[in-house]
Design a protein around this ligand. Structure first.
Ligand SMILES: Cc1cc2nc3c(=O)[nH]c(=O)nc-3n(C[C@H](O)[C@H](O)[C@H](O)COP(=O)(O)OP(=O)(O)OC[C@H]3O[C@@H](n4cnc5c(N)ncnc54)[C@H](O)[C@@H]3O)c2cc1C
Length: 419
């Protein structure tokens, strides 16, 4: 009798749990997940913060006892093929999968950390984990002054959610427009108008250079310093590059994410931006794979849910005897921003800013607040952005993903092809 292959997965997020579900009984799987919460889908955190969903709604499908919740992997011993955990356990593996996701980028702001300190001031939060979301949720309410730093997908989602909870929200975006990576200037202007109508005050080309804090509250009674519990500073506002100071009760750091590569680096695996993997999602050690936000495939670190799931599916197929090459994902970004007078849906894919010589077809309706644009290079659809009216997104995405030649672009933009 041959015993089952021992697969250890580090990371109980979207990618790690999808892989465990797909392997379902075909291997002896253990998933190590450092977070103590029931595993959840981060994509839904903004809805939890907005109060539209209870945290349970964001739960990922359960994988049963293969998941060790609240256990962190602290070291990978490649020679012994063992993972060491923070609870002292050592788990041997035949195949190791790194699905460690990413960390929020903490920008170099003056006053963010004390010299030698590692704690963010009270009231300052990243927006990456359920803990971040619950802490923000507990702190927000009508009239609370919130500053969101960063105007990408995360910052826009957080600002909208905080506004829905009645906060006075200021969004500070260093770049020229919102969601610069996905949207062109016209689409960003519509998004800007939608958020403004929700009460979000947006400042573009606005660099925050520091946070201001109040000293820790004095302790009741006079305890000797060695026995006194540590008190943290509390944020009072932010300071802009021109010296202007803005008061804030909450500051949200939405300045992007960075692949979590520490374990892999310490184990001597090849790292560039993420953990480098080949078309079989193998790292520089063929017994170790990486999937999801922590992986870098063909120079790309996606940081999106769709590629994380596709990578998990491809790896599960390979590990169950159906070698499947992963050749990359054509990732589409979608976002729905509910508002008082209707939601704003947006979708963007590929290159939304044309190069010289590209053809562009654009349909804009200012009254209905819809905007559709596609960019064509030669005979190929290379990108597009849709706002307000997404019925054609399926047909467009299929044409783009399949690298097909669009025969009637106008038709493709105005008709969903019956799908
Ligand atoms: C607020 C928010 C909104 C988003 N919205 C969208 C969206 O609209 N569309 C989209 O496509 N994507 C979105 N994303 C990105 C998407 O959530 C990620 O791409 C996806 O979660 C990646 O899955 P993953 O499994 O690679 O990483 P994660 O989901 O981050 O899971 C990794 C897990 O590994 C754990 N871990 C790390 N190191 C260890 C260790 N040493 N030991 C044990 N456990 C460890 C972490 O704690 C974490 O739970 C959003 C992300 C956020 C935060």
């Amino acid at each position: 009798m041959t015993s089952k292959q021992r697969v250890v997965v580090i990371g109980g997020g979207l990618a790690g749990l999808r892989l465990a579900a797909r392997l379902n009984g075909a291997a002896a799987v253990t998933v190590l997940g450092e977070e103590s919460h029931v595993p959840y889908n981060r994509v839904l955190l903004a809805e939890v913060l907005a109060g539209r969903y209870a945290p349970e709604v964001a739960a990922l499908p359960a994988v049963g006892p293969v998941l060790r919740r609240g256990v962190r992997a602290v070291r990978v011993d490649r020679a012994d093929r063992t993972v060491h955990c923070d609870d002292g356990e050592a788990l041997p593996y035949d195949c190791l999968v790194l699905a460690t996701g990413s960390n929020a980028v903490l920008p170099p702001l003056r006053g963010l950390f004390e010299p030698e300190g590692r704690d963010l001031p009270e009231g300052v939060h990243a927006f990456r984990t359920m803990d971040d979301c619950l802490a923000l949720s507990a702190a927000v309410g009508p009239g609370v002054r919130a500053v969101v730093i960063g105007g990408g997908l995360l910052g826009v989602s957080a600002a909208r959610a905080l506004a829905a909870r009645g906060a006075q929200v200021v969004l500070a975006q260093q770049g020229e427009r919102l969601m610069e990576r996905q949207l062109d200037a016209d689409a960003a202007a519509l998004l800007h108008a939608h958020l403004t109508a929700l009460g979000v005050e947006i400042h573009t080309e606005c660099r925050v250079r520091g946070v201001t804090t109040s000293p820790p509250a004095p302790l009741p009674g006079a305890l000797p310093p060695a026995t006194a519990p540590r008190r943290n500073r509390r944020v009072t506002g932010v300071e802009l590059a021109d010296g202007y100071r803005m008061a804030a009760d909450i500051v949200v750091l939405a300045c992007g994410v960075r692949p979590r590569t520490g374990l892999a680096q310490a184990a001597g695996l090849e790292i560039r931006t993420g953990i480098v993997v080949d078309d079989h999602l193998r790292t520089s050690d063929p017994r170790i794979h990486a999937i999801g936000d922590c992986a870098e495939h063909a120079g790309q670190v996606y940081g999106l849910a769709g590629p994380a799931l596709e990578q998990a599916d491809a790896l599960a197929a390979t590990l169950t005897g159906r070698p499947t090459a992963y050749t990359g994902t054509r990732a589409l970004t979608r976002l729905t921003l509910p508002g008082a007078d209707g939601s704003l849906d947006l979708a963007a894919f590929g290159e939304t800013t044309p190069r010289p010589g590209d053809d562009v077809v654009r349909l804009a309706d200012a009254t209905r607040r819809t905007y559709r644009k596609v960019v064509v290079r030669g005979d190929r659809l290379v990108g597009g952005v849709l706002l307000g009216e997404l019925s054609t997104v399926g047909a467009l995405a299929r044409t783009w993903e399949g690298g097909e030649t669009p025969h009637d672009l106008f038709h493709l933009l105005t008709d969903d092809g019956g799908h």
